[in-house]
Design a protein around this ligand. Structure first.
Ligand SMILES: [Fe+2]
Length: 403
């Protein structure tokens, strides 16, 4: 949405309420702003120049920055700062633009941290099988028409890592239609969506196949640890299930990692520092990545669990570290499959589960091959789910950090 006519144009396309300012002052290269509600912002002059809309800093059409850092004048200083009759901030710079105007609500959202990636999103909370027996569930029969249901399901996926839709029907295209409301699915060598069936006849042919296409038990795992960035979320739709057994399992990796850190520091150290090579074997593919099972990433990035024994290939560490890497991995997998951490529940025809593939370890029990069992799955990256959630929450203004 564009800013309303007559208001200050912000460096984005969002509407902000005016936020009363109590005091504004210049301190060298900085402008200090104190809001009536107690929020404060100490803004560096060159950063303000970069964010001056229509004054050479931000392009009003794209709302993107225009100044190449190589050309940025770091001697720029604010020489006058005031509040205009509408309550917004007007700053003169020297050298630099005069009369640059900044919306008080936009400045305030930076002051309270609402510009950061975590704003507008539910907070992740870990769970164990002791306090969560099955995934939180929403009405799949109306989710394609009702954005409120869709957002509630997405919010539960973000907070708990897994959430279920029931009553989705048996159209194999349901998951793709659902993803279409959120963002583009992530394509892989398995295709933009893929089937899970008890059919391993393709092995040895040109097609790529997986242990998933058998009737075997699948222990707790994450998909595609063979990639630099494994897929963020997975949607798995049970299209047909006429078999006995084959219950789904889900384990919150956040809770397992926490338990390892507290109770098994030696295993936690091995799991977070010793690398393994994972690779997808196929006649026409060769995807490989080397990383620890618990990849802590960066302080601002979510952790990535790499746990899929069918595609774990080689220890990528000193030979003397291999025994402790195996010992740690065994404890990790035992905890992930334990009644303490792992929920088990039937996967019924018409159910769709969405889960964070880098946080949640999923699996299934073995099942009889007497009837048909057909799942249709797809991957969709974190970026798409997070963008959908932010846009939706900004519209309905329900989470702290919205305007
Ligand atoms: Fe899987």
């Amino acid at each position: 949405m564009a800013n309303a006519p007559g208001t200050v144009t912000t460096p984005d396309f969002y509407d902000y309420p005016q936020r009363p300012i109590e005091r504004i002052a210049i301190d060298g290269a900085f402008v200090e702003i104190a809001f009536v509600d107690g929020a404060t912002l100490r803004a560096y002059g060159p950063w303000l120049v970069e964010n001056a809309v229509g004054r050479g800093g931000v392009d009003p059409a794209t709302r993107e920055g225009l100044i190449d850092p190589a050309l940025l004048d770091l001697d720029t200083k604010p020489i006058a700062a005031d509040i205009n009759p509408e309550g917004h901030v007007v700053i003169d710079f020297a050298p630099g633009p005069a009369g640059a105007t900044y919306h008080s609500g936009w400045l305030h959202h930076v002051a309270i941290g609402a510009h950061r990636p975590g704003a507008l999103l539910p907070v992740a909370t870990s769970w164990t099988a002791q306090n969560q027996r099955e995934p939180r569930t929403h009405d799949g029969s109306r989710v394609l028409e009702d954005r409120t249901i869709l957002l509630a399901w997405v919010d539960d996926m973000l907070a708990h890592g897994v959430a279920r839709l029931r009553g989705c029907g048996t159209d194999p295209g349901f998951g793709t239609a659902l993803a279409g409301l959120i963002g583009p699915p992530r394509d892989t060598n398995f295709g933009p969506s893929w089937d899970v069936k008890a059919d391993i006849t393709m092995v040895g042919a040109d097609d790529t196949n997986s242990t998933a296409n058998s009737t075997l038990r699948l222990g707790p795992h994450t998909d595609l640890p063979t990639r630099e960035t494994p897929p963020g979320f997975q949607f798995l739709h049970c299209v047909v299930n006429e078999t006995a057994g084959g219950w789904s399992t889900m384990t919150d990796g956040l809770a397992v990692v926490e338990a390892l850190r507290n109770d098994h520091p030696e295993h936690y150290d091995a799991l977070t520092t010793l690398n393994w090579v994972f690779f997808n074997r196929g006649p026409n593919i060769d995807h490989r990545w080397s990383a620890p099972l618990i990849d802590l990433g960066q302080p601002t990035a979510p952790l990535t669990l790499r746990a899929f024994y069918p595609v774990r290939g080689f220890p990528d560490m000193a030979p003397d570290d291999v025994p402790r890497a195996y010992a740690a991995m065994r404890v990790f997998s035992q905890l992930a499959a334990s009644d303490r951490f792992q929920m088990r529940y039937p996967f019924e025809q018409g159910d769709l589960v969405g889960f964070d593939n880098r946080r949640i370890l999923h699996g299934r029990d073995a099942f009889s091959s007497g009837g048909e069992r057909h799942l249709r799955g797809l991957y969709i990256d974190h970026d798409e789910i997070l963008s959908f959630a932010r846009v939706s929450h900004r519209r309905i203004n329900t989470i702290e950090g919205t305007t």
